[in-house]
Ligand binder design. Structure first.
Ligand SMILES: *Cc1c(COP(=O)(O)O)cnc(C)c1O
Ligand SMILES: [Zn+2]
Length: 432
């Protein structure tokens, strides 16, 4: 009698890796830099083949996660690590829109992404699924905080060993939100760019799968789902304008790639989408290059409360610049006070508590509207990429205090009266 061996079901549309600079092609291994020109490698797909079979209906019938777009992601397995990542709400933000003078504003809310409340769960779900396919048993990353949370959580779920590297000055919530999953955590005395350099050396010597280094071509593809979901959630339509935060610039370039792919396979009608990027003034190498008309990035030393996007030497900076320019978008920066105001504005108008990266994006949105760089008529989507509970330090001291009272009705009445007086004083227009 012969046993029937059922091979794991594999069906992939990606055909390998390709250098973004010189076009050299490679097998789909754990490599990220071109041997010839040191350019970054990107995943290549056979989209013409995919266009013959993919339909809106097959996508809609898929799981309620990023894996409904599996045909566009660089994995072979039919059983990826699915922890419910993706399909976060796209909210029509009417109160914020009115406040800013816009008509059609939407928030893509990855502050509630699963499992660790940031957009990084998308890239890590893809990277770790691919890491398993490539045979890695230990996974790692260089992180500004959210990536460490995601890598540690999803590695735990997948049963992978995990060692993550972070700058030693991160917010308490980001550190705790990594440690809880039981990985090895290396807190490096240095900024992200120094952590990243160290990790490149470790990747060469330890044979680990670094999600954003040797697995970066696969990792970065996960961000395309932020483009796909917005198209699907707008009723299979492209927006007119998007605003997204920039750290390495990867997320921004991949949202754009996601839009182009859905156009190319015929899932959505072509339309020019303006792509605008947001940086914190204390770490704004891409915004500076944009405003100075340069096509190269001068690295900077970060100094901002927006630690999650504080990358002084952004790997995909020039590609982000190119997209902002060719789509008639903008890249703008805002200072730390504006970031805090952005966090409060989004919370008070839409009930969404975002972290510093989201505060940066909202503040840049406001700045662009005030400068006439976003038209009120444009259907605009703002990407909120992380959760405010992880960066509580940033708003401490700017949001008032609870009114502490005795458990008595008259104590409550007096406190209420006092708070109303305070409110009146606070909002009193200055009379000359
Ligand atoms: C990592 C991160 C980003 C941007 O990442 P890229 O390196 O530009 O892809 C944006 N927002 C948050 C909250 C992040 O953690
Ligand atoms: Zn090359």
């Amino acid at each position: 009698m012969t046993a029937t061996i059922t091979a794991p079901s594999r069906q992939a549309n990606f055909t390998g890796l390709k250098c973004k600079e010189c076009g050299a092609e490679y097998e789909a291994q754990a490599i990220h830099v071109c041997e010839y020109c040191f350019g970054p490698l990107e995943v290549k797909y056979d989209l013409s083949q995919l266009a013959k079979t993919i339909t809106r209906q097959t996508i809609e019938a898929g799981p309620n996660s990023i894996w409904r777009y599996r045909s566009f992601l660089p994995v072979e397995t039919n059983t990826p690590i699915d922890v419910g990542t993706g399909m976060t709400p796209l909210l029509k933000a009417n109160r914020l829109a009115r406040q800013l003078g816009l008509k059609h504003l939407y928030i893509k809310n990855d502050a509630v992404n699963m499992p660790t409340l940031s957009f990084k769960d998308r890239v890590v779900s893809v990277a770790l699924t691919r890491a398993q396919e490539l045979g890695f048993t230990t996974v790692s990353c260089a992180s500004t905080g959210n990536l460490a949370n995601s890598t540690a959580a999803i590695a735990a779920r997948a049963g992978l060993d995990c060692c993550v590297f972070i700058p030693s000055d991160l917010e308490a919530g980001k550190v705790l939100g990594t440690l809880i999953y039981g990985p090895t955590v290396m807190a490096v005395n240095g900024n992200y760019d120094q952590v990243n350099r160290l990790c490149s050396e470790v990747a060469n010597t330890h044979g680990w799968g670094f999600v954003n280094i040797n697995l970066r071509p696969y990792y970065s593809e996960g961000s395309k789902t932020l483009g796909y979901e917005v198209i699907e959630q707008l009723g299979w339509e492209l927006p007119d304008h998007i605003v997204a935060p920039l750290a390495s610039g990867s997320l921004f370039t991949k949202i754009y790639k996601g839009f182009r792919e859905f156009i190319e396979v015929g899932l959505v009608a072509d339309k020019a989408v303006r792509c605008s990027g947001a940086q914190a003034l204390g770490c704004s190498p891409i915004a500076s290059a944009f405003s100075e008309g340069r096509d190269f990035i001068n690295p900077v030393k970060p100094s901002t409360i927006a630690k999650s996007i504080a990358i002084g030497n952004p790997a995909d900076g020039v590609y982000a610049l190119d997209i902002a320019r060719k789509t008639n978008g903008n890249i703008e920066s805002v200072n730390d006070d504006e970031i805090v105001a952005g966090i409060k504005l989004l919370a008070e108008t839409e009930g969404i508590f975002t972290e510093t990266a989201g505060g940066t994006t909202i503040a840049v949105l406001k700045k662009l509207v005030e400068a006439g760089k976003i038209d009120p008529e444009e259907k605009t989507v703002v990407y909120i990429t992380g959760n405010g509970l992880k960066t509580q330090e940033a708003v401490q001291g700017y949001i008032g205090e609870p009114l502490t009272i005795e458990p008595k009705l008259d104590a409550f009445e007096r406190a209420l009266e006092r708070s109303r007086t305070l409110e009146r004083l606070e909002w009193q227009p200055v009379l000359v």
